[in-house]
Design a protein. Structure first.
Length: 238
C-alpha cells in the first residue's frame, strides 16, 4: 500500500506521461483541426475542451452549432452525448474518500474526470492509501487535461498540415486507448461491460448512427449490470 505523498505524485506522473497524454494530445489535435475547418474561433475550441472534456460532447457542440440549431438543442445534445459521466462520477468519487466529505472543490474534481482518469483510478486506487487517492487523481487529471488543451491548440493552428481523414482518425485514438486500458483493469464488471458494449456499439451504429452512443450505453450498461449481478448470485450460492 502506497502511503507516501511523493510516491503517489511519481506514480501519477508515470501513469499519465505516456499513452494517456499521447492519445489525448492526438485526439484533441484532430478536434482542434475540425473546429478550425468549421470556421469557429480558437477560444471556442479551448472552452469546449476544458468545459465539456469529452469528445462526443465536443463534437456534438461543434456540429450542432454549425448546423444553426438553438442553444437549447445544442445543450441537450451535448448533455446526452456525455451522459455516461453521471454513473461514472457516482461510482468513482466515493472511492477517493471513505468519509465522503462534501466540498465545493468536488465540482472542480468532477469536471476533470475523463475515461482515462476513471480507468486509471480504478486500477491504481487499491494500491494507494485512501487519504492520498485524491492527490493521485488530481495530478493525473491535470496532466491529461493539459495535454488535451495543448492538442486542441496544435490542431487548430496546424489544420493546413492535416488532411480531414487523418484528423478524424486521430479522434478515435482516445477511445481505442480507453478500451485497452479498461481491459487491463482487474475488475470483472469492467470486463463484462467491455465485452458486452463493444459489439453492441457496432450494431447500433449500423442501425441508428445518430443514437448509437446513447443506445449502447443504456442497453449495454443494463445488460452488463444484470449479467454481473447474476454471476455474483451464482458465486454466493455455490
Amino acid at each position: 500500500m502506497i502511503a507516501s505523498a511523493s510516491a503517489v505524485n511519481r506514480l501519477a506522473w508515470r501513469d499519465a506521461i505516456g499513452f494517456p497524454s499521447i492519445t489525448l494530445l492526438a485526439s484533441m489535435t484532430g478536434f482542434g483541426s475540425l473546429v478550425h475547418e468549421s470556421g469557429l474561433p480558437l477560444a471556442m475550441a479551448i472552452a469546449a475542451t476544458v468545459g465539456i472534456w469529452g469528445l462526443p460532447g465536443q463534437l456534438a457542440l461543434v456540429e450542432m452549432h454549425v448546423a444553426g440549431l438553438s442553444a437549447f438543442f445544442v445543450i441537450l445534445g451535448v448533455a446526452l452525448a456525455n451522459a455516461r459521466f453521471l454513473p461514472m462520477v457516482v461510482a468513482f468519487m466515493p472511492l477517493m474518500n471513505e468519509a465522503r466529505s462534501k466540498s465545493r472543490w468536488d465540482f472542480a474534481l468532477v469536471q476533470m474526470l475523463s475515461i482515462n482518469s476513471w480507468a486509471a483510478g480504478l486500477k491504481r486506487f487499491p494500491e494507494i492509501e485512501t487519504t492520498l487517492r485524491r492527490r493521485y487523481y488530481i495530478v493525473f487529471a491535470v496532466i491529461c487535461m493539459s495535454a488535451g488543451t495543448l492538442g486542441t491548440v496544435i490542431g487548430y493552428f496546424g489544420v493546413g498540415l492535416m488532411p480531414r481523414p487523418i484528423a478524424l482518425g486521430l479522434i478515435f485514438m482516445n477511445p481505442l486507448f480507453f478500451a485497452v486500458l479498461l481491459a487491463g483493469v482487474q475488475n470483472r464488471s469492467s470486463m463484462i461491460a467491455l465485452v458486452v458494449g463493444a459489439p453492441l456499439g457496432i450494431m447500433f451504429h449500423l442501425v441508428a448512427p445518430d443514437l448509437d452512443l446513447l443506445l449502447t450505453g443504456v442497453v449495454g450498461g443494463t445488460l452488463a449490470f444484470l449479467l454481473n449481478n447474476r454471476l455474483k448470485g451464482r458465486q454466493s450460492v455455490s
